[in-house]
Design a protein around this ligand. Structure first.
Ligand code: GRG
Length: 311
């Protein structure tokens, strides 16, 4: 194991232990609700966003443990968004994190409520655990903006609207090198959706890590720029993984049923150019980390892991 992946394994271990503590809402929480919350939150996700919080704090000179409450708050918001995204009214998915989705296991009503409780619980963790209060307040303001109508929720709303309007972006001819006017417009729309729906949570994860570590403005700007690039690269690799088994491997189509016919980077650009775009973005992310020098090396390693990921 390389030192960077060893460090990340340690981070994931600490994150899981802290999530376990923070998802115990005490005796006042009904047992079935507690079970549904913990079923989804503690399921084996990649813990990418909380790792970003910890690694950003560490790049700014703070011990990783210091950023655990902020890291868990971000993961709790993420888990809520996944539970709600999987509901029949949204993506209608049956499997998440290798197990039946929350609504399949507990019913729709309890799944909605588990998501609601996680969203509220995230802000409670910040308010209770982060000091000084001025930094907690800033974290709450930033996380609520990232989770709200102009970011996560707004991006999701536009994504659903596009899907329901049947906008797929078509299938790009592999021989076609130039981007046509309409492809450019569709790409800009797609990027705008992803900057809000996926990118905002990446950016805020890095920002919260910086804030709790008392980062200076140059460091905060660098972290957000890095977050912007890796967020989009993550989404492109997500689209590519979603069509895994396609022309690249020459195998069977394994794309999720609910994602068929969606506008994605590969449907707009083709597979090869999408891969190159993701690699370019990781290069830009690495450049953004220059102000951190050696201290940014775990974040650099994480950016490359996003590009090379297989799940
Ligand atoms: C319901 C408000 C609301 C928003 C939903 C998160 C989201 C927005 C939708 C999830 C659908 C999806 C496939 C989005 C694309 C990328 C993404 C966010 C994937 C899930 O994140 P991972 O791969 O998941 O980090 P794990 O389970 O590893 O944490």
């Amino acid at each position: 194991m390389s030192p960077a992946s060893d460090y990340r394994a340690q981070a994931i271990h600490q994150i899981n232990a802290a999530l376990d503590r923070y998802s115990d809402f005490g005796d006042g929480c009904p047992a079935a609700l507690r079970e549904a919350i913990r079923y989804s939150l503690l399921a084996p996700g990649k813990r990418l966003r909380p790792q970003l919080v910890l690694l950003a704090a560490q790049a700014c000179g703070a011990p990783m443990e210091f950023a655990l409450p902020a890291a868990c708050a971000v993961e709790m918001v993420h888990a809520y968004s996944l539970i709600h995204d999987d509901l029949p009214a949204m993506d209608d998915d049956a499997i998440r994190r290798g197990q039946p989705t929350c609504h399949k296991a507990f019913g729709e009503a309890l799944a909605i409520l588990a998501g609601d409780a996680l969203l509220a619980g995230a802000f409670a963790v910040i308010a209770r655990e982060i000091r000084p209060a001025q930094i907690a307040l800033q974290c709450i303001a930033d996380l609520s903006e990232a989770a709200g109508a102009t970011a996560l929720v707004g991006g999701q709303a536009d994504d659903l609207a596009n899907e329901r309007a049947g906008r797929t972006g078509g299938t790009k001819c592999p021989d076609c090198k130039e981007e046509t006017g309409s492809i450019k417009t569709l790409l800009a729309e797609l990027e705008s959706i992803h900057h809000r729906k996926t990118g905002a949570m990446f950016r805020v994860a890095l920002r919260l890590g910086g804030l709790v570590a008392k980062a200076n403005p140059t460091q905060l700007i660098a972290l957000e720029e890095y977050g912007q690039h890796i967020g989009l690269a993550f989404q492109i690799t997500d689209d590519l993984l979603d069509i895994a088994g396609d022309a690249l491997a020459g195998g069977d189509q394994v794309q999720k049923e609910s994602h068929r016919g969606k506008m994605t980077f590969p449907t707009l650009l083709g597979v090869g150019p999408s891969r190159r775009r993701a690699a370019d973005l990781i290069g830009l992310a690495e450049t953004a980390l220059r102000p951190f020098g050696e201290a940014g090396k775990s974040l650099t390693a994480l950016a490359h892991a996003i590009l090379d990921r297989t799940q």
